[in-house]
Write a protein that binds this ligand. Sequence first.
Ligand code: FAD
Length: 643
Amino acid sequence: MTHSLVASSATTGFFQTFPKVQPQYTIEGRASSQDETTDDIVLARLVQQYLPVHGQSAVEKSMHDMSRTVLTPRVLGYALEAETVTPYLRPTTTFGEINDNDPLVTCGGWKALKAIGMRAGVVKIAYDESIKSYNRRLHQFLLGHNWHHTSTLTMCPMAMTDGAASLLVKHLGSPDGDQPGRGAVLKEYYRRLTTDDSDQAWTSGQWMTERSGGSDVRGTETVATRLSEITAQQDQDVLGQPLGPWSINGFKWFSSATDSDMTMMLAQTTKGLSAFVVPMRRRTTTGTKLNGIRIQRLKNKMGTKGLPTAELELNGARGWILGEEGKGVQEIVTILNITRLYTAAGSVSYWSRGLAVSRAYTIARKTRASFLYNSLQHNHWMASETVKYRGAMSLTFFGVALLGCVEQGIGVMRNTPSAAMIPDIETASALLRLLTPVMKAQVSVSAVAGIRANMECLGGVGYCENHEDGGILNLAKTFRDSVVQTIWEGTVSVMADDVGRILRDKRIANGRIVEEVFAPWVRSILELCRGTFAKECAAVEKRLDTLLRLISRVKSSPTQLEYSGRWLLEHLEVLTAGSLLLHDANSQSEEVASNVAMRYISMKVAGEDRLQQDDADLEAEAIIDRRIFLGPHFVPEPEKAKI
Ligand SMILES: Cc1cc2nc3c(=O)[nH]c(=O)nc-3n(C[C@H](O)[C@H](O)[C@H](O)COP(=O)(O)OP(=O)(O)OC[C@H]3O[C@@H](n4cnc5c(N)ncnc54)[C@H](O)[C@@H]3O)c2cc1C
């Protein structure tokens, strides 16, 4: 018997069902359909770990709403426009004069995304003093986690805005000194950086990097000169406030938030490198123009397409000095501590989208006449990726929790399962100092690897610029945007260098931060978990001993310490994430969480995959794989039909 063959055509034959990316967070009981559950299950655990019951509902509502906003065609449309209608310059006017009014053009989608973030409170929540009894930073970053992946880099200016606000708040009460009028100006700038009224809100840039180097700002060639009092009082910023008594000249090599309203920057004075706050625009007799700033060109970048990253020439830009003249680096560190945390948080947010798309695709796609979710190998691979993601999430959100403690006081941890984990403010600030560079470096690098795996998970489609269907499946964009996180705000080597400095810093635990703060912190968690996870606790203890031995061997030699930089980053990363996953599984017992902790420790802490050992029950593990990857609520198709 012969079969008649029917050829496919462009319009007939097989068409893949569209993979449906689920809302990232769903409040229990508020799902709009039976299928809708929390897709990113770690979020519910973080809420329970770090927030007291009375603080949970506001945070959950933020996440629930935002995780739906990002899936609407309107917002996906903005994100697509911001990615494809890239910023451009119109450097001159019709008749060839320099355009110092509006040389930079960004698209409507970019502007709309900025406004959505502002109105949702992505910066404001951290400064909202009406939130007293729970951790504002947790709220802010959990909201941001549901937004960052779709915000198409508008979270880059938000990160810098947050950093600028955290620096300004330190100076709000300072006397004006020899800069009359500064206090009132800073107060107004701070108000605008921290409002959720998008008509009033300002964003801030951060101009550190020059051609001589971004990692080492000591080579800064921009120069600030103090003007006489009379000249300084004459000019006004866009709001009609005095413009500031310093005039700044020089060249900035990378400025991302070029469409911002103000910036923080470094410039040399006769006393050394100093920090300045500079408004972007000043008043003229007929309107406003840029404040002594010329945009030379926009960078042509691999990713971050919507972000108007530029080179800037400064010629008489006017501003105010912040902090002590010549001590600018100390000021800027406040900003960097915030933006580095955003880098880790942004990375896990991108990664979460990568995994969400992978889950949706795995549920929809068939290979060899069976759904992909029936492939044991596929699930095992993706479960391992999910375990790494959960390790990165635990590390990042621990950093967020620590920042909240340092800003609001240790009381914000009261009545949470994590209260015992952060005993006092000294421990919180020492751990935050140590772990900020660790998170920045390790999480951003792991996320790039993770998103690459997510692209592979989709086969050929994963490698394409999927601008169709709202661009939700465009992991190529997610990948590109995630790569920059490993570079800006300090490369991995610079972070490793920073850790080396912290280990020797006599102001923190007398130069023994790992021995006196970190190691006791790890051991205190192991004490809590040993009853349930004896084998895993022993593995963590062993790795901790390795780290302590390494430190005692290399610490006294700056060159050996430098050589060990990346080893130190990795030890600190896996010890922290492993301990946190154990604590999570121990304090809220649940099958997936326990298996995530056990697998992370076997893969990353012990470095010997226990699933490869002779006694591993691979059939049982395959069932766990699917639950880790697709969530405990996932029901395969035929079984669904039976239900
Ligand atoms: C898209 C994009 C946007 C950006 N936006 C901004 C912005 O808005 N504002 C801003 O100020 N900057 C911005 N930057 C600049 C960014 O912060 C710098 O590129 C980064 O800090 C690295 O500095 P660099 O480019 O001068 O490289 P370098 O510092 O020259 O680094 C080159 C190499 O040297 C290594 N290195 C440097 N120091 C050490 C060390 N101590 N030990 C070991 N190795 C070391 C680095 O790891 C790297 O491998 C942006 C960059 C990009 C790509």
